[in-house]
Ligand binder design. Structure first.
Ligand code: AMP
Length: 391
């Protein structure tokens, strides 16, 4: 059965067509710069990326193009072959404790959360509506980045701030990257053959978050009300004293929103190093002795270790740490240095295994905590949810 997994942003739309339940990719691609004259449509045909630049006015045109691309390239013979569409939706608030079949009411409920994710949820809705228009009789499912973390207890998700902010405005920790944390922790439980395992997933990409998973449930995570919170990332600061906003806005005569933009787009690796948001550039420069690149790197490692230590204590132990996403899957040096930073917990890396690629165990035999690399696959997780709800 063919299922489409879709991730719509404000000016982009990524898709993957999967064969289910085999969980194999048939094709994938993306449309970028939607709304512009120089939009690009990329689709994989026989494993090769084919791209075309053209004007793409809106998401509906983008979706039409995707469908046309699937048919013209003989990936499918007709629309009827697509049996379901799963949409990544960033913010499900406290309304969505599970993935859900999309109805008019679901769309209204997602829209009611726009204040909590003003850049993401409206774009996700645009993608959903575009697919509804073109595939009106096909089941559409919303899979939320936040749902997996809805199992956190109050002591983990509430900020120590005026309680009314929570009741009136929904100010609390929601957490993100939920589909990735769920996918990776499920796989780790399989590898450990232990459904009660205590696991930390380190999703380290351009956006990065950690998640503490106990018996398959998220019990804490590093991102908060928004994906700015937690560990430092490519361009995001991670957790920071909010008083910084006031000080910098006064000194530079700028609005809070403007300074917040610095924390989202000009901090993290980029802000500290002054060089790049890309971990490869940071590591290369660090190896050449660049002081601020080294500092950017070290700050991130320290903060990751801080979170791992706190989750270890909160869960009362730890069976496994799993590295995933762009950096977690591809940067042995980061994995090595994180494990080195938490060696007091008894975790040890096998330097030979750590250099290998793909899913594997990288801890040494005498490590008290298993350390895995598990490539994430959010699209498979989304397609699984479509299959589960398509009964
Ligand atoms: P993601 O957001 O998961 O796509 O991850 C993006 C991050 O992964 C960027 O910071 C990249 O530098 C990093 N990354 C991707 N490939 C590699 C690689 N081969 N070695 C080190 N880092 C990588």
């Amino acid at each position: 059965m063919k299922i489409l997994a879709v991730n719509a942003g404000s000016s982009s739309l990524k898709f993957q067509l999967l064969n289910m339940p085999e969980e194999t990719e048939i094709t994938s691609g993306l449309v970028e710069r939607i709304g512009y004259d120089n939009a690009v449509f990329v689709i994989k045909v026989n494993g090769q990326k084919v791209s075309k630049e053209q004007t793409i006015l809106d998401h509906k045109v983008a979706v039409e193009l995707v469908i046309k691309g699937l048919i013209e390239n003989k990936i499918i013979d007709s629309l009827d072959e697509i049996k379901g569409v799963g949409h990544r939706v960033v913010q499900g608030g406290e309304i969505f404790k599970d993935s859900v079949v999309i109805t008019d009411q679901v769309i209204k409920d997602i829209e009611s959360l726009n204040d909590l994710a003003p850049l993401h949820n409206p774009a996700n809705i645009t993608g959903i509506k575009a697919f509804q228009a073109i595939l009106p009789n096909v089941i559409q499912v919303a899979v939320f980045d936040t749902t997996f973390h809805q199992t956190m207890k109050e002591d983990a998700y509430l900020y120590s701030a005026p309680y009314e902010w929570y009741t009136k405005y929904g100010v609390r920790k929601y957490g993100f990257h939920g589909t990735s944390h769920q996918f990776v922790s499920q796989r780790a439980m399989e590898l450990l053959d232990n459904p009660k395992a205590k696991i930390i997933v380190a999703h380290l990409g351009n956006g990065a978050s950690l998640c503490a998973v106990d018996s398959g449930k998220s019990v804490d995570t590093s991102m908060g009300l928004t994906p700015l919170d937690g560990i430092p990332m490519g361009t995001r600061s991670g957790s920071i004293d909010p008083s910084v906003l006031m000080l910098v806005s006064q000194k530079e005569n700028r609005s809070y929103a403007d300074v917040l933009d610095d924390l989202n787009k000009r901090s993290g690796y980029l802000g500290v190093s002054g060089i790049s948001n890309d971990s490869r550039d940071i590591v290369d420069n660090m190896n050449e002795g660049h002081k601020r690149a080294t500092l950017a790197y070290k700050i991130q490692i320290k903060r990751i270790a801080d979170f791992i230590g706190s989750y270890y204590v909160y869960m009362g132990g730890l069976d496994a740490i799993c590295f995933t996403a762009g950096i977690g899957e591809n940067a042995p040096i980061v994995r090595n240095d994180v494990i080195e930073a938490i060696k007091v917990l008894g975790a040890k890396i096998d330097p030979v295994e750590n250099q290998k690629r793909g899913e594997h165990l990288i801890s040494s035999k005498d490590s008290k905590i298993k350390v895995f690399v598990i490539p994430t696959n959010e699209e498979v997780m989304i397609a699984r949810e479509v299959m589960r709800l398509n009964k």
